[in-house]
Design a protein around this ligand. Structure first.
Ligand SMILES: [Zn+2]
Length: 309
């Protein structure tokens, strides 16, 4: 079953390894694993939490260059690209901490270098917005509102996965375009600050947004011995029962390419090459094949095709 993974920190990995003198990181570390797990479409995130604008640019440019130098993945820049019969790579940004002035120019630069999906913050509070680790009374700033307006103008998809509840609500109230949570599960099954409360799930679904199921153990079960692939599928079942099937997606956030990742691994779903185990777990939870297709890729393709230029 083809999988569209809404979140993997591959941009970060590419820059880290380039800085250690490595090259062809996509070819040597990622492409084979993705294809083995039928992860045939993937949002490759450049991840930032305290970087400057120049450092943000460096990571984005490094990933862009690697994508241009390989032929397996086709880059998604327009809605037509979603229907090209090749594996797909959509460049995304997780956190825009480097934007402290001229937000319209910065967002335009990101767009011009292929970014089609982005969040304003990671867990931190920055000049644009407050993440789950920031002041809970702080949400979207005036500068952040200008970023949202520019993203709306360019039809860039807005990710609220790391936003605190105030920021998420502010964005859902402010943005006119597509708002999704690329890698978050259900708070009611695992009360972690990165997971979504029922009201948030309902709001995202009512706006035709998407929620990507996250294969990070801490977000699957409080008891880490139960943080396995089947328990992640239970989050999907819970969300389906709450709001229906049309908002569900995958956003696994695999970290096998980073050091010290083992602690956060979800049993049987540790890396992209294991992604088909999630399909098996969805079947065990009673999902029909048509529903599994929607979760694995069709919901994302449908929504992105409606929204991207
Ligand atoms: Zn994340």
């Amino acid at each position: 079953m083809k999988i569209f993974d809404l979140h993997a920190d591959i941009g970060c990995d590419v820059l880290n390894k380039h800085q250690k003198g490595e090259k062809d990181v996509l070819k040597r570390y990622h492409i084979e694993k993705c294809l083995k797990g039928e992860v045939e479409a993937i949002c490759m995130a450049s991840f930032f939490h305290d970087q400057s604008w120049e450092e943000m640019q460096e990571m984005i440019l490094t990933l862009e260059k690697e994508l241009n130098e390989q032929e397996v993945f086709h880059r998604v820049l327009t809605k037509e690209d979603l229907f090209v019969n090749k594996p797909l790579a959509l460049m995304s940004v997780e956190g825009m901490c480097g934007i402290t002035q001229d937000p319209e120019e910065c967002v335009q630069w990101m767009y011009d270098h292929g970014i089609r999906l982005a969040s304003l913050c990671w867990n931190e509070e920055n000049a644009l917005a407050s993440g789950v680790g920031g002041n809970p009374d702080h949400g979207l700033s005036e500068l952040g509102k200008r970023v949202i307006a520019k993203m709306d103008e360019l039809h860039m998809i807005i990710d609220i996965s790391h936003a605190n509840p105030k920021t998420a609500a502010d964005i859902l109230n402010t943005a006119k375009g597509l708002v999704i949570a690329t890698h978050s599960n259900a708070w009611n099954l695992c009360p972690h600050r990165r997971n979504l409360m029922d009201e948030q799930i309902k709001t995202i679904a009512s706006r035709k947004g998407l929620i990507g199921m996250n294969a990070c153990a801490y977000f699957v079960n409080e008891n880490l011995s139960l943080a396995d692939c089947d328990h992640l599928a239970m989050h999907a079942k819970y969300i389906k029962e709450l709001v229906g099937i049309d908002s569900l997606a995958c956003g696994f956030d695999f970290m096998d390419f980073f050091e010290d990742h083992q602690e956060s691994d979800v049993l049987h779903l540790e890396s992209a090459d294991k992604a088909q185990n999630f399909v098996a777990s969805l079947r065990k939870q009673g999902f029909h094949e048509e529903e599994i297709k929607k979760i694995c890729h069709q919901n994302v393709i449908d929504r992105f095709a409606e929204y991207l230029f």
